[in-house]
Design a protein around this ligand. Structure first.
Ligand code: FES
Length: 495
C-alpha cells in the first residue's frame, strides 16, 4: 500500500507502529497473538495502539533528542549523516507533509461551512416549524453544539501525531514484494544499506553503482539518486522504473519488487584484500581482530558463516565471522592463540593496524532459519561465541524472534565479551543471558538447566557452537535423550 493510501486509511504497518511506541516488532506480534491488539490485514489502528500501550511516553522521543543534540553540535558530522536525510529528500518530504496539512485545513474549513449551514437551517426550522418539529430539532441542535465544543484531542494523542509526522519526515518505509518484508530507510542510507541494517539479505555486488546486481523495480513511491552510477539500464528497464538499490534512497514510503537471497547457494565465493583496522586483546591468548574491506568490495555473507583468512606470510586458517552482515565492511574475528595455528601466531606476533589480510569465502551452513517463527536458544562454548554473536546480532536486526536465550559456557578466556551480552539483556525485554563458568558446568548439567528453564524446549530452534566434544554431548543429550527434533538443532564446530 502506498504512503498516501495507508495514511488515508489511518492504519499503521506493524513496523511503523512498533517504532512509534518504541517496542520491537516481535513484542507487538506477541500482543496480537494474545488478542490484546487487533490487526486489519497486518495493519493496526492508532487508537488501538494507544489503547494497548497506555503508559507509553510518546514525548520521550529519542529521535527528537538526537535531533536536538545534532542542532547543538554542528560538528558531529558522522551522527548527522546517520540521522538526517539528504537536504533534497528532506525538502520533498516536507513538501509532501505541507500539502497534506493544506488539504486537511481545506477539509476542516469545508466541514465548518457545512456545520454552520446545518446549524442555521436547524434555527430556521425551529422558528418556522410547529411543536413536533421543535421537539426533534432542539435535541439535534444541542447534540451538534456539544460535539462542536468538545475538547480538542488530548495531549497524549497530539503527542502521538507529532511523533508520527516526525517519523515520516525523518524516515521512509520500504516494503519488499512479493515477500512483504518491511524496513525503514534513515538518514543518508541507501535502500541497500538500510536493508542490510535491518538484517535483510538482498542481492548485490559492487555496492557502487557498477555491476547492476542490486537493481529492483519500484512499484510505488518516490526514490532519489544519491551518487553517480556507471550502470546502464535498458529502455525497457527504464520504462518499468528500475533503480539501483545501492545508489538510491527512499523519499516517500515505497514498494519495490526484488528477490532476497534464498540461502548460502546464492552467495558467490569472494576474494577480498582487507585491511587490519584494530587488534584488541580479549585475554592472554585471545584477540579480537577487526578487518575492513574496501568500500567497493564488501563481504556478502550470512550470519554464522566462516571465511578463510590468509596473512602475508602465507599462513591461513578458517574463522567464523563474529559480526553481523548488517555491517558488511567492518568484520570481526575472535582469534585464539594455538600452537599449531600459524595464522594466529602471526596475528599475535607480527600483524599490525594497516596490514593486509586476504579473505576468501564465505562458507558454512550454520545460518539462521529465517522462515521459522520459533523462539531461539543459543548455546556457546568458549570461542564458539563468535558465530553465535553474529547470529544474535542478525536476529536482533531482523527483530523477528519472540524470545532469545543465550547460554555461554566459558572457555579458557572466560566470558570475554560478558558486558556486551549483559547490555543485550538489559536493553531487550526478549533477550536472556546465562553465563556459565567452565569449572561448574559440564555440558550435561548445562543442558539440564536449559531444559529446566524451558520445559517447552520442543517449541524452540537451537543453535550450538563450540568444540567437537561439546557439540557431541549437545546432540546426544538433546536429540537422543530429549527427542528434540534434529532438524531444529544447528551446530558449528569452533575450537
Ligand atoms: S551492487 Fe553493484 S550496482 Fe548496486
Amino acid at each position: 500500500m502506498s504512503d498516501q493510501a495507508s495514511h488515508g486509511a489511518q492504519l499503521l504497518t506493524l513496523t511503523r507502529a512498533a517504532r512509534l511506541v518504541g517496542v520491537s516488532r516481535g513484542a507487538l506480534q506477541k500482543k496480537i497473538k494474545k488478542g490484546e491488539l487487533e490487526t486489519f490485514e497486518g495493519m493496526v489502528k492508532p487508537e488501538d495502539l494507544l489503547h494497548a500501550y497506555p503508559d507509553m511516553q510518546l514525548e520521550d522521543n529519542t529521535a527528537l533528542e538526537h535531533f536536538t543534540q545534532i542542532k547543538d553540535d554542528a560538528f558531529i558530522h558522522r551522527v548527522r549523516e546517520r540521522m538526517l536525510p539528504e537536504p533534497e529528500v528532506l525538502a520533498e518530504r516536507l513538501s509532501g507533509l505541507s500539502k497534506e496539512l493544506a488539504n486537511t485545513r481545506a477539509q476542516v474549513e469545508r466541514y465548518k461551512t457545512i456545520t454552520d449551514w446545518l446549524y442555521d437551517k436547524f434555527n430556521e426550522y425551529e422558528k418556522s416549524g410547529g411543536n413536533e418539529i421543535r421537539h426533534i430539532i432542539g435535541p439535534l441542535k444541542l447534540w451538534l453544539r456539544h460535539e462542536l465544543e468538545k475538547q480538542s484531542p488530548s495531549d497524549y494523542l497530539q503527542s502521538y501525531t507529532v511523533k508520527e509526522s516526525f517519523l515520516r519526515l525523518m524516515t521512509a518505509q520500504v516494503r519488499l514484494l512479493p515477500g512483504q518484508r518491511e524496513f525503514f530507510v534513515e538518514g543518508s542510507d541507501t535502500i541497500l544499506d538500510a536493508a542490510l541494517r535491518a538484517g535483510i539479505s538482498l542481492r548485490y555486488g559492487c555496492s557502487n553503482g557498477n555491476c547492476g546486481l542490486c537493481k529492483a523495480r519500484v512499484v510505488s513511491g518516490k526514490t532519489h539518486l544519491m551518487r553517480h552510477t556507471d550502470y546502464t539500464f535498458t529502455e525497457s528497464e527504464k520504462n518499468q522504473s528500475y533503480v539501483l538499490l545501492c545508489a538510491h534512497t527512499a523519499v516517500t514510503d515505497i514498494e519495490i519488487e526484488t528477490s532476497e537471497i534464498g540461502g548460502i547457494q546464492d552467495i558467490p565465493k569472494q576474494e577480498i584484500a582487507t585491511r587490519v583496522k584494530k587488534i584488541e586483546p580479549l585475554g592472554d591468548d585471545l584477540a579480537l581482530l577487526h578487518l575492513q574491506t574496501p568500500r567497493t568490495k564488501r563481504l556478502q555473507f550470512l550470519a554464522g558463516q566462516s571465511v578463510t583468512l590468509e596473512s602475508s606470510n602465507g599462513a591461513e586458517a578458517d574463522y567464523p565471522v563474529a559480526s553481523c552482515p548488517c555491517d558488511d565492511r567492518n568484520l570481526q574475528f575472535h582469534l585464539l592463540r594455538q600452537r599449531d595455528n600459524r595464522l594466529a601466531e602471526y596475528v599475535f606476533k607480527k600483524l599490525k593496524s594497516g596490514d593486509i589480510v586476504s579473505l576468501v569465502g564465505p562458507k558454512g551452513d550454520f545460518t539462521l532459519n529465517e522462515d521459522s517463527p520459533r523462539s531461539l536458544i543459543f548455546l556457546a562454548h568458549g570461542t564458539g561465541f563468535a558465530p553465535i554473536k553474529s547470529l544474535i546480532e542478525h536476529a536482533m536486526a531482523r527483530d523477528m524472534a519472540e524470545s532469545m536465550h543465550l547460554y555461554w559456557v566459558a572457555g579458557e578466556n572466560g566470558h570475554y565479551l560478558n558486558n556486551l551480552c549483559r547490555s543485550w539483556s538489559d536493553a531487550l525485554d526478549n533477550f536472556q543471558y546465562t553465563p556459565l563458568p567452565a569449572e561448574k558446568a559440564n555440558t550435561v548439567s548445562v543442558l539440564k538447566q536449559v531444559i529446566k528453564d524451558h520445559p517447552d524446549i520442543g517449541e524452540f530452534d537451537i543453535y550450538a557452537a563450540g568444540s567437537l566434544e561439546f557439540l557431541k554431548v549437545v546432540e546426544t543429550t538433546l536429540v537422543a535423550g530429549s527427542q528434540f527434533p534434529a532438524m531444529r538443532l544447528r551446530t558449528c564446530h569452533v575450537e
